[in-house]
Write a protein that binds this ligand. Structure first.
Ligand code: G6P
Length: 363
């Protein structure tokens, strides 16, 4: 087992550091440099021409990637919702033959997600899975598959597969919008060059991150909050999920604007707030972060070095200047590291947290 960790103390840390490679693999050959058209694993031109709306179903970390994808689709002008797969049968959202249901699942074996996929299929929707495992049940059940090519992930807490899923659903969103609306979304022009820079930038981020110092500074806190807006919201949820999974500490993610509608009652000097800035109405997120500071909470801003939030915040984790479709994913890597180092300081069994399984194949 030690050999498999490639010199890292844990698989999780190894897999966090594999992200430059796994992201390169996810992107490779999928973007036509000539016209920016996205060629996704043999999908014919105009595959998604008739798509009217999209439902993304998933569980756990994959649900956060699904939520990320739904927001990317909405931004690109395609109606989309993300649903927890285990809620799909009770919610039973209407589908038509022009509905595309996308199951996002690292393993392709999660029972709840497979159930939702089968139901969508029975009800006449087109189905697609975004998964890491070729030959998985999801890949067999869905009409089409898009593989994230992240390589095996051993740590129970998903890290590199989340980044690759989020990148793939972002590309997919652009492609669906392009096919369904007949012209590529405006975002594509700045997204593609920033996407090709992303693996190198994540490499630099991993080398220069202050996450271990931040984890140490706040290790005695009572609870940990994560806030974000737009695409920063699923990242806030994912940051909190990762933190609670491996540290066993209380962590919650909120949409920044929701703080004032309840969560603010929890904020004290003992509850650090990690604020994610993605370039989407950042001034509002900063105001929300300042409201927590007024209640004594230390704020850790995750943003580029020259961002205004750096002056206001108590601490800072740096991400590069990049397209707002991707900024949250850089922030997520910083948060993965914070969770990892906090769990390590607390002596937790990082790769195998209590009560959790890598893949849940029962309902
Ligand atoms: C389990 C794992 C999570 C994972 C979820 C969905 O609960 O512990 O890390 O996000 O299943 O798994 P999937 O394979 O469908 O992405």
């Amino acid at each position: 087992e030690q050999a498999g960790k490639g010199g890292y103390d844990h698989f999780m840390l190894k897999e966090i550091h594999e992200q430059p490679t796994s992201l390169s693999q996810a992107i490779e050959g999928r973007i036509d440099p000539a016209d920016g058209h996205l060629s996704l694993d043999g999908f014919e031109p105009d595959t998604f021409e008739s798509v009217e709306d999209v439902q993304l179903v998933a569980c756990g970390t994959s649900y956060h990637a699904a939520l990320y994808g739904s927001l990317a689709l909405n931004r690109a002008g395609v109606p989309a919702t993300a649903l927890l797969a285990n809620e799909y049968s009770v919610t039973s959202p209407p589908v038509s033959e022009d509905t595309l249901v996308i199951a996002v699942s690292q393993s392709g074996e999660t029972a709840d997600t497979l159930n939702a996929l089968r139901q969508a299929d029975e009800r006449g929707a087109d189905t697609l899975t975004v998964t890491n495992v070729v030959g998985s049940t999801a890949a067999r059940v869905a009409d089409d598959s898009l593989f994230i090519r992240a390589g095996p992930e051993i740590g129970v807490a998903a890290t590199k597969t989340f980044s690759s899923q989020a990148v793939m659903v972002t590309l997919l969103a652009q492609r669906i919008a392009d096919d369904a609306r007949g012209d590529p979304p405006a975002d594509l022009e700045s997204l593609l060059p920033d996407l090709s820079r992303m693996p190198d930038e994540i490499d630099t981020l991993l080398e220069t991150s202050d996450a271990d110092a931040i984890a140490r500074e706040y290790i005695d806190s009572q609870a940990y909050f994560f806030i974000g807006r737009g695409l920063g919201f699923p990242v806030a949820l994912e940051g909190a999920l990762k933190f609670k999974e491996i540290t066993y500490e209380h962590a919650e993610g909120f949409a920044s604007g929701e703080l004032k509608h309840g969560p603010l009652a929890l904020v004290t000097p003992e509850t650090p707030v990690f604020a994610i800035f993605t370039g989407e109405e950042d001034e509002k997120t900063l105001k929300n972060a300042e409201e927590t500071q007024t209640r004594g909470a230390p704020v850790i801003a995750i943003c580029p070095d020259d961002h205004r939030a750096v002056e206001v915040a108590d601490d800072h984790l740096e991400i590069p200047e990049t397209d707002s479709n991707l900024a949250g994913l850089h922030a997520n890597v910083q948060l993965q590291l914070v969770s990892y180092y906090a769990a390590d300081l607390l002596g937790r069994p990082i790769d195998k947290p209590r009560n959790l399984a890598k893949s849940v194949t029962v309902e």
